[in-house]
Design a protein around this ligand. Structure first.
Ligand code: G
Ligand code: G
Ligand code: MN
Ligand code: NA
Length: 255
């Protein structure tokens, strides 16, 4: 496929760009985290969304190199913001299950990069999806354990859309649950969705897990989630994903 060939060169040709979507502490509105979202600026097709190329990267094995590049870029950006005296921000980085299946995926190398940049393991969070926890692969488990032991928090993305197996929440060291935006969309109209969100929040807190609600687009959704005890909020109501410069302006404006 043509796109696959282009994608192979995208990293080397500097065509991938990271955007940052604010995640706020819901009770104070403070910007304290951001989700890192990759975009591809294709020379002919313009901006391409990750939903249109991550699967190609996964199928072709490019995702390992791409994931390493995304991590390095995020670390370099954090280091730059820190040096500019910006308020500390925790970056939540999406990772593909396919990265963890690769023998060459090296957690130690990532930890070394953080250390070399003068950052700590608490400065980043790895977003994973549930499928990864269902693998039952010693290889995968060992990498997740290595992250946890090093103090890198893991966030379970898209929660509620998969098996939502509670067993995995106990077996693995998960610090954050991200409630999928599917449950947020009709939160104000659908009592069942609100009930599901409340149940997830109560359960997570009992297990010592914090909750991030995704896809918040209205003030009403935000206040319903705040009342329900949700910890963090993300969505267009607060901000869409921003390029590094625009994100830094918001961060700087928050004294
Ligand atoms: O930003 P957007 O809504 O287009 O993202 C679409 C999907 O791509 C989301 O599911 C998101 O998790 C995924 N995605 C975004 N950035 C990355 C990334 O850096 N790595 C991986 N593996 N997935 C990403
Ligand atoms: O699968 P994941 O949760 O990583 O997907 C994140 C994606 O969700 C991002 O690509 C982002 O563009 C998108 N997104 C973020 N906030 C909102 C929102 O408020 N509404 C909608 N529809 N999409 C959002
Ligand atoms: Mn995500
Ligand atoms: Na999601």
């Amino acid at each position: 496929r043509m796109l696959a060939n282009d994608l192979r060169q995208a990293v080397a040709k500097n065509q991938l760009h990271l955007h940052y979507q604010p995640i706020v502490e819901i009770s104070t509105g403070r910007l304290i985290k951001a989700e890192v979202l990759v975009r591809w600026l294709h020379p002919k097709q313009g901006w391409i969304s990750p939903s249109d190329f991550i699967h190609i990267a996964e199928e072709t094995g490019i995702v390992l190199e791409m994931g390493n590049w995304i991590f390095s870029q995020a670390v370099a950006q954090l280091k730059a913001w820190k040096e500019q005296g910006m308020a500390p921000i925790q970056l939540s980085i999406n990772t593909s299950p396919k990265q963890y299946y690769e023998a060459e995926f090296d957690v130690a190398q990532w930890l070394q990069e953080l250390q070399d940049a003068g950052l700590s393991s608490a400065d980043v969070v790895m977003e994973i999806t549930e499928g990864l926890l269902m693998e039952n692969s010693p290889q995968v488990d060992q990498k997740l354990l290595a992250l946890s032991e090093a103090g890198v928090a893991v966030a379970l993305d898209d929660f509620g859309t998969g098996y939502s197996s509670l067993a995995y929440l106990q077996k693995f060291d998960i610090e954050f649950l991200k409630i999928d935006r599917m449950f947020i969309e009709n939160l104000a109209q659908d009592g069942d969705d609100l009930a599901v969100c409340k149940a997830i929040i109560v359960m997570a807190h009992k297990l010592g897990i914090e909750v991030i609600a995704e896809g918040i687009e209205t003030a009403l959704q935000a206040s319903l989630l705040e009342e329900a005890g949700c910890d963090y909020a993300q969505g267009f109501w607060f901000s869409e994903p921003l390029n590094a410069q625009d994100f830094a302006e918001i961060l700087a404006g928050q004294a």
